[in-house]
Design a binder for this molecule. Structure first.
Ligand code: SF4
Ligand code: MG
Length: 335
């Protein structure tokens, strides 16, 4: 299968009170057609900025595109004008967010919002777009769609708004759907329903999904591959099986340790001690070094290269690098 999306060396910074915050630092990943890739990490890891960069939604300034390429469907989105991007957003790439109200317009009926894309990108008449809108609302499981289509977002419940947002995002059959924490604000039952819905729609429409989440349950449920982000970098990537069964990066170990176990309610959530690095002044070496129980001297000096553990699993950790000194003792300052 050909690559739908190829992001290389993406580097994005933000000006924050005169300081340059290096939010995304040389991130590379790709996505096949029809595939689901999860990008997982804590808040501030750079995962949302990465997602928004693909859509070219970062406001510049304060954002700054420092380096990299974002090749979608064979074309570099970095080189596109804002006008060209307007044609790609919605038509080729759809996006859904944690809060549907950031993408739904409160002053327009849901029907109008679905119709907007269809009329602009698919040349549909008003009537055709209206019918297609009803069909889409049914598809995402909204009851009495013929009535609901004429209602405003505030007349919908939270879960229904999320469904409507998915209908808007998928109206034009995009090749790629970017979902940034799409179920984080929802309660567990609705969350499971929305994930089911997305999986079903993906099977039906064949759209690829880039899923941004901090929730490993969502990853296990939805994704075939995972990229783990920390401190603006991808520290480990692999198939879901590889990362859950055989993780090799100490940060991934920490993440998996902090996943609540579904079968035991008393299990304490294990939190990784310390806090993420200040990206206005990132550590010169491995970003996880200040929190890593295995940190060696080399870790603090230089970012480790990726070690290829399989055709799909790559991990950036000195523990796997044969050039690293074999010192297994935690060093001073390590925890
Ligand atoms: Fe820990 Fe060093 Fe590996 Fe970073 S490179 S995760 S500090 S052992
Ligand atoms: Mg975020």
């Amino acid at each position: 299968m050909s690559k739908l999306l190829e992001v290389k060396d993406l580097t994005i910074s933000f000006d924050s009170y005169g300081k340059e915050v290096q939010a995304v630092r040389g991130v590379s990943f790709d996505l096949d057609e029809k595939e689901t890739l999860a990008i997982v990490g804590e808040s501030g890891s750079g995962k949302s900025v990465t997602a928004q960069s693909v859509m070219r939604l970062i406001e510049m300034p304060p954002g700054k595109f420092v380096d990299g390429s974002i090749v979608f469907n064979g074309e570099d989105l970095v080189q596109k004008s804002e006008k060209q991007m307007e044609n790609i957003r919605g038509r080729e790439i759809g996006m859904i967010f944690q809060d549907p109200m950031t993408s739904l317009n409160p002053t327009m009926t849901i029907g109008k919002q679905i119709a907007e894309g269809l009329r602009k990108h698919r040349n549909m008449s008003k009537k055709e777009a209206h019918h297609k809108g009803i069909e889409l609302l049914r598809l995402v499981g909204i009851p009495t769609a013929e009535v609901r289509i004429n209602q405003y977002p505030h007349q919908y419940s939270g879960g229904m708004r999320q469904r409507a947002m998915i209908a808007v995002a998928l109206a034009c059959n995009p090749k790629l759907l970017i979902a940034d924490e799409p179920t984080t604000a929802l309660d567990v039952t609705i969350q499971a329903q929305i994930l089911d819905l997305m999986r079903g729609l993906q099977e039906e429409t064949g759209t690829a999904i880039m899923m941004i989440t901090h929730d490993l349950g969502v990853v296990a449920n939805m994704a075939s591959r995972v990229a783990v982000m920390y401190g603006g970098k991808i520290v480990e990537t692999g198939t879901v099986d590889e990362l859950f069964e055989n993780p090799k990066h100490p940060y991934t170990w920490g993440l998996l340790g902090s996943m609540p176990k579904l079968d035991s309610e008393e299990e304490e959530l294990q939190v990784i001690a310390g806090s993420p690095p200040d990206l206005a002044d990132p550590p010169p070496g491995c970003p996880f070094a200040p929190r890593c129980p295995y940190a060696m001297k080399a870790c603090q000096k230089q970012m480790p290269a990726y070690t290829e553990l399989s055709a799909t699993q790559q991990t950036a950790c000195w523990l796997l690098d044969e050039r690293a000194p074999r010192v297994e003792m935690p060093i001073e300052g390590g925890e």
